[in-house]
Design a protein around this ligand. Structure first.
Ligand code: NAD
Length: 337
């Protein structure tokens, strides 16, 4: 049993914590937080609660039982998942080093913090034995889920992707935009290079606009392949690779709202959609050019990758075994049978 701690119990942290609870080869030792809330109260039934430091431990302790601080938690875990806000992980790494604890960081941190960025399908085996692993962001994970299969099976020469990004997460009432479309005016955006921190051998340029929605991101992906292909071949590739879910207009999925509704029908915890969702209707092939449109549930897409990253760094399961275990535990359709 790998003993896991979660530092930062927000959108990503609480989902990774729930997923750890579902694994038979991991134990959730505890989670840290700065202030109590209903989600923490629920979790106190399943794991121990720690304050980020003495001040926050005292604050939480007024409402819920508290075990101690982050530093106490670190004495008791094999790996800490750092799900703190962008940039905080860099500071935290010094504390993890002090306690000689393995750490997983999220996509808000720079690749350079760990020197290794992770996606389960693309580079699982390379994580083995590493002390620090970074799971790439939601947009980057979404792109790699479909680009890695295309590159492996057909070969990519060039990728252009327009990322229509959600404004913020549903919980966050303080951020926007609420009535504007905001283009990212740095061209190309940082997402392309981030994809290349995991897979390579092709050119990629990404462009991003932020829109007033909280549900999902949508990517319009335009590729130039190394050889000609057909719609059927692309569909077959997407159908065979893990964590890609194909939807179509014929079955009533024309929008991100309907995808989120589908997550509820599937009975997913928190109505999460862990897969990259590709619209079958959008797959368009013209010789070596191929394009498609996909949607990414930003709150949950990186959750299965965090679980696989834990197994990968400790070498406790091979890639297929880990992906299968994680998928089954989260209700993701298994494509390996
Ligand atoms: P969040 O703001 O929802 O949660 C962060 C949590 O960390 C909060 O509970 C906050 O109180 C706590 N926190 C703040 N400072 C802390 C500190 N010094 N020590 C410990 N905890 C602290 O953030 P999030 O959206 O879950 O993002 C976490 C990481 O995941 C970031 O790197 C982000 O870029 C990445 N990520 C976010 C999304 C997303 O869409 N939300 C998707 C993929 C990856």
């Amino acid at each position: 049993m790998i003993k896991v701690g979660i530092n930062g119990f927000g959108t990503i942290g609480k989902r990774v914590a729930s997923a750890v609870l579902k694994q038979d080869d991991m134990e959730l030792v505890g989670v840290t937080k700065r202030s109590p809330d209903y989600a923490l109260k629920e979790f106190a039934k399943y794991t121990k609660i720690y304050g980020v430091n003495q001040e926050f431990a005292k604050k939480i302790g007024e409402v819920l039982p508290v075990e101690g601080t982050l530093e106490d938690l670190l004495k008791d875990v094999d790996v800490i998942v750092d799900a703190t806000p962008e940039g905080v992980g860099e500071e935290n790494k010094k504390i993890y080093e002090k306690y000689n604890v393995n750490a997983i960081f999220e996509g808000g941190e720079e690749h350079e913090l760990t020197g290794f960025s992770f996606n389960a399908s693309a580079n699982y085996d390379e994580a083995k034995g590493r002390k620090y692993v970074r799971v790439v962001s939601c947009n980057t994970t979404g792109l790699i889920r479909t680009l890695y299969p295309l590159n492996s099976e057909i070969g990519l020469e060039d990728v252009k992707a327009v990322l229509v990004r959600r404004a913020t997460d549903p919980l966050d009432h303080k951020k926007g935009p609420i009535n504007s479309i905001v283009p990212e005016l740095k061209f190309p955006s940082h997402h392309g290079p981030d994809v290349l921190s995991v897979i390579g051998g092709f050119n990629i340029d990404t462009y991003a606009v932020k829109v007033p929605t909280t549900l999902m991101h949508v990517h319009v992906v335009i590729t130039k392949l190394k050889r000609e292909t057909t719609r059927d071949e692309v569909l077959k590739i997407f159908s065979n690779y893990p964590r890609i879910y194909i939807v179509e207009k014929k079955l009533g999925i024309e929008s991100t709202g309907q995808i989120m509704e589908l997550a509820k029908e599937l009975g997913r915890s928190r109505s999460d959609f862990f897969e990259t969702v590709v619209w079958k209707d959008s797959i368009y092939v013209k010789g070596r050019e191929m394009s498609y449109i996909q949607a990414v549930h930003q709150e949950s897409i990186v959750v299965p990758e965090n679980i696989d990253a834990i197994r990968a760094m400790f070498g406790i399961a091979d890639k297929i075994t880990s992906i299968k275990k994680t998928n089954r535990s989260l209700g993701i359709i298994d494509k390996f049978n």
